[in-house]
Design a protein around this ligand. Sequence first.
Ligand SMILES: Cc1cc2nc3c(=O)[nH]c(=O)nc-3n(C[C@H](O)[C@H](O)[C@H](O)COP(=O)(O)OP(=O)(O)OC[C@H]3O[C@@H](n4cnc5c(N)ncnc54)[C@H](O)[C@@H]3O)c2cc1C
Length: 411
Amino acid sequence: MSTHTTIVIGGGAAGLMAAGRAAQKGSQVILLEKMAQTGRKIGISGKGRCNLTNSADLPDFISHFDKNGKFLRQAFQHFFTEELISFFEEQSLPLITERGGRIFPESGRALDVVRVFSNWLKVEKVQVKKSSSVSAILHENNQVTGVMCKNRQLHCDNVILATGGMSYPRTGSTGDGYRLAKELGHTIVPLRPALVPLECKHKEIRKLSGLDLRNVEARIMIDGKRKKKAFGELSFTETGISGPIILTCSTIIVDALRADMKVIISLDLKPALDDKKLDNRLIRDLSQRRGESIASILRGLLPQQLIPICLESCTIPSDIDTTLFPAKLRKRLVQWLKNFRIEISGHRSFDEAIITAGGVNLKEVDPKTMESKIVKGLFIVGELLDLQADTGGYNLQAAFSTGWLAGSSVG
Ligand SMILES: Cc1cc2nc3c(=O)[nH]c(=O)nc-3n(C[C@H](O)[C@H](O)[C@H](O)COP(=O)(O)OP(=O)(O)OC[C@H]3O[C@@H](n4cnc5c(N)ncnc54)[C@H](O)[C@@H]3O)c2cc1C
């Protein structure tokens, strides 16, 4: 094999971008992907529509990452949203921007993104070897020399490690990269599932499976202290709760649960109405719908499935005479509607987590190039790094940008 050869390990968002870019910059590139196809995770991202990035400006964009987000500044300086949009447009994949600045392929098909990369890598003459799992990275005197793949040594000058995290392992991201990086002396910040559904033990909550709530506010209480709030959609599942606002808050909740702290999610089911307005609304409904059962009156305020839980929590008998509804019970109803408390008992596993929190310690990677500070010629990109962001296209942009920067830096 000639000199200036780059091996990219992993054909996900970061690896595909890194491979094409390294080839553009004149490197001879081999991409080794352990699955039978590249881009498996891209193909299922954004519910099959692939939320590629977000139109937020740079400071806003970085604020959607945890405290480590600033590490990405240099990668974003080289290749940010505008460059990503131009890249796809040049590859004849028009994009559209939707609610919350989320950017998708106009076709609505994530697989079109995978197709764009396959075509691009062909044009750039990247050798893509599928069903090729890398078991070790070879090095001498702190310089990368090659990789072990299917019991064979492949020599190269640079390795771009892009094996992703360990969430949704069926897509191929089984966490191999953490071991490979650790064997070379890197430290791994503890791995936790993130953007992950939560579990509740209460049978009543589990019975709500399938119910979606819109326009609610969730306040996260950890050991009695309010830590975060989020507004939007929430879904009840067979084991607990999920949906955008829950996923957004899940990272701090996972950490709290792991530290044996008590987590309560307090839901404001009527955030647009303060206590006074909500009480007036109840007074109006009770007087306009005289003679109807309390369950029937509450149907104007709550989904059917929540009514028995509400009445039980407020200890209101279902056959109460609503023409003589006491003010103290109205107050209880208002309090419950503004503060429906769900105790969280756990979280789902990596199998259901959108991303992996933790990863290769950023102090050991040069943000200007993505090169390891421990082993020369090794570049580390994508979800493998200790970076995590909200849903909204931020995670894929981070993978594309770090991949692009590493591809630009090799050789
Ligand atoms: C269901 C779901 C939906 C998502 N939706 C969105 C979204 O809409 N927008 C967004 O921004 N983010 C989304 N994400 C997150 C986003 O997809 C990831 O952050 C991103 O794909 C990470 O890219 P990556 O290249 O680092 O890793 P991956 O995409 O995980 O790619 C890693 C690749 O490395 C390969 N590999 C692993 N080990 C080896 C080995 N030993 N040898 C060779 N190859 C190996 C794997 O097979 C895989 O192909 C979603 C994630 C999930 C699970």
